[in-house]
Design a protein around this ligand. Structure first.
Ligand SMILES: C[S@@+](CC[C@H](N)C(=O)[O-])C[C@H]1O[C@@H](n2cnc3c(N)ncnc32)[C@H](O)[C@@H]1O
Length: 326
């Protein structure tokens, strides 16, 4: 697994800028078609069972927010957290496509071998697998619990893993606009490419996004529901329209809602049947906004994949220009 300090290495960026200027395709580029509707499925099964049913290389983005066995009531579920996590990490590697991406939410909450955390996951991926770590994203929030015996926690981490260096990344879709003053200064900065500056800033790997408060309108009742904004940034940057996104610890189905809104197909899996009710609320909330998009809710994986293949064949004549990844 290769990790280097990218803040001191600009050759990759310069090569990308040259390729873009010469209108050349990067090895990570993807041609895609905007679908008329997307497919969505929510399966109430164990994640390992669902993973075992998925073909090799079939998923474009895996986005998960796993349980870390921190809840006292479920501690005895796994004797050793990493023994269990290794199984889904290996299966996720198998089902992810070569240009695909995997996102794992977490933190540094390790207590003993029955609990797990992102450091344990990174250690395993780095020393025992072929997963590559592209970024560690710090999710910084201002709202959180207070503390008296330590500094109150105000961040969680997110890791971005890939199988190859051909991973899909659409930076343009998540650029942050400059303020008029910043833009004026940036356009004068000789180190920056003006065409890129005009598109907005790289959001960096520190994201300030508020956690959901108890009274947030987004809430659907799940105790660890993630904000739409953070999931949207990940889905826009790391997948493309009509691609297939998998969340095998889907909870309320936040990933599913964003996938529908962003025209991605989505496989959700959560062993808790209550997740169906949460997801219904997400869909009802979505229907009250102008982000709602048409979708088809499937009840088995065979239908899900068959329908995607069918509609992609029908549309294959219209290929939209690829998204350029700078
Ligand atoms: C942290 S929550 C995910 C919350 C989600 N990101 C959201 O925005 O609502 C983790 C979920 O994993 C589910 N889960 C735990 N173990 C599982 C397993 N073995 N297979 C499938 N789902 C599981 C739990 O029921 C829980 O809803």
């Amino acid at each position: 697994m290769a990790i280097h300090n990218k803040s001191h290495n600009n050759s990759g960026l310069m090569a990308m800028n040259r390729m873009n200027k010469d209108n050349m395709k990067h090895k990570s580029s993807v041609d895609f078609v905007i679908p008329d509707y997307t497919n969505c499925i929510l399966l109430n099964r164990d994640c390992l069972e669902i993973l075992s049913m998925l073909p090799d290389d079939s998923i474009n983005l895996i986005l998960i927010d796993p349980p870390y066995n921190l809840d006292l009531a479920s501690w005895d579920t796994y004797e050793n957290y990493m023994d269990w996590a290794k199984m889904w990490l290996n299966e996720a590697y198998r089902v992810l496509s070569p240009k695909g991406n995997m996102i794992i939410f977490g933190g540094t909450q390790f207590q003993d071998v029955r609990s797990g955390d992102l450091i344990e996951i990174i250690h395993y991926c780095r020393h025992y697998t072929k997963w590559r770590l592209v970024n560690t994203i710090i999710w910084y929030y201002k709202n959180g619990m207070s503390a008296h015996r330590y500094f109150a926690n105000r961040h969680e981490e997110i890791i971005w893993l890939t199988k190859t260096d051909k991973y899909y990344f659409d930076l343009d879709s998540v650029r942050v606009p400059y303020s008029p003053k910043e833009l004026e200064l940036a356009l004068k900065d000789k180190r920056l490419v003006p065409e890129n500056v005009k598109k907005g800033k790289n959001p960096t790997n520190v994201w300030e996004i508020g956690r959901l408060n108890g009274n947030s309108l987004e809430r659907v009742g799940h105790p660890t529901q993630k904000p739409l904004e953070i999931i949207r940034r990940l889905i826009r940057a790391l997948s493309y329209p009509d691609s297939i996104v998998l969340d095998f610890f889907s909870g309320s189905g936040t990933t599913g809602r964003v996938c529908i809104e962003e025209k991605r197909n989505c496989i959700l899996c959560d062993k808790d049947p209550e997740s169906q009710q949460y997801f219904k609320k997400h869909i009802a909330n979505m229907q009250n906004t102008n982000l709602a998009q048409p979708f088809s809710f499937k009840n088995n994986l065979e239908n899900f994949f068959e329908d995607i293949t069918k509609k992609q064949c029908e549309k294959s004549a219209i290929i939209y220009p690829e998204r350029l990844m700078l």
